[in-house]
Design a protein around this ligand. Structure first.
Ligand SMILES: Nc1ncnc2c1ncn2[C@@H]1O[C@H](COP(=O)(O)OP(=O)(O)OP(=O)(O)O)[C@@H](O)[C@H]1O
Ligand SMILES: [Mg+2]
Length: 244
């Protein structure tokens, strides 16, 4: 078996003395989509933030077979890991295009002309952002803001894109659009770690799924199998409205 692109083992993280993640093991093969579903407060965002280096953690975070646990956020971005955080953290008083350019600023700073072509790639993926390139980010609709947040993360040219609840607060039609973009991205070879409360949509797009409950993985398996699991259906699929 080939080495997974991303692998974490016995990951523990929390805030101060309060441990939130109690030893998580997961991995993502190159080019795959994995999803982590679970209720509010389970530790999903804590998990992504730890993998990104935004929070101190214990345990192993391995990327391309190498322990990256001591790397800073910036170093992880340079290696090809990107996060679209739950709070989208856009620059509301700046135009769409400036927000995107800032996402690729490291490349620009290095004199890498690639950021121009990345901008074109992002506009090809999100034509709506191109139409609205001069509009202030703070005046975008929720769905457009989400597209901008994803687009900005793509400007760093990631191999792994971690998405923290991309469907949060969006209307079903926009959710559908966001999930179809996840599928498109995957076809370009980007590995995706998707955290979602919309379990139905997440399991439909993912290869492998993990259920995180109170800081521990309670279930995992091929996404299609999890979607048939009685416990998953009862707890996570029952109340979820199917995106139309
Ligand atoms: N900055 C913080 N300081 C202290 N505790 C925090 C902090 N951020 C999160 N927590 C706590 O850690 C636990 C896990 O939070 P986390 O945000 O990771 O959950 P989540 O699964 O992403 O939830 P949601 O689905 O609501 O986004 C919660 O009990 C939360 O209150
Ligand atoms: Mg969260």
């Amino acid at each position: 078996m080939s080495t997974p692109l991303l692998r974490i083992q016995q990951l523990r993280a929390g805030y101060g003395r309060a441990e939130v993640l109690h030893g998580i093991d997961l991995h993502a093969d190159k080019g795959s989509v994995i999803t982590v579903i679970g209720p509010n407060g389970a530790g999903k965002s804590t998990l992504l933030n730890s993998m990104m280096g935004l929070l101190p953690s214990k345990g192993l975070v391995e990327y391309e077979g190498e322990d990256i646990g001591t790397l800073t956020l910036e170093e992880r971005v340079m290696r090809g890991i990107a996060l679209v955080p739950e709070k989208r953290e856009l620059f509301g008083t700046m135009p769409v295009e400036d927000n995107l350019v800032l996402g690729g600023y490291r490349q620009m700073r290095l004199g890498n002309a690639q950021w121009r072509s990345r901008l074109d790639d992002v506009y090809a993926l999100f034509p709506r952002l191109k139409e609205r390139r001069t509009q202030l980010a703070g005046t975008l609709s929720g769905g457009e803001r989400q597209m901008l947040a994803v687009g900005r993360s793509l400007m760093s040219g990631p191999q792994v894109l971690m998405l923290d609840e991309p469907s949060l607060g969006l209307a079903p039609l926009i959710v559908k659009e966001i999930f179809s973009i996840i599928t498109t991205l995957r076809q370009t070879g980007v590995t995706i770690v998707l955290v979602e409360q919309n379990a139905r949509a997440a399991l439909a797009v993912a290869d492998h799924g993990y259920v995180l409950e109170m800081g521990e993985l309670s279930l995992q398996g091929p996404a299609a199998e999890l979607a048939q699991d009685a416990r998953v259906i009862d707890t996570y699929l029952g109340a979820t409205r199917k995106p139309d």
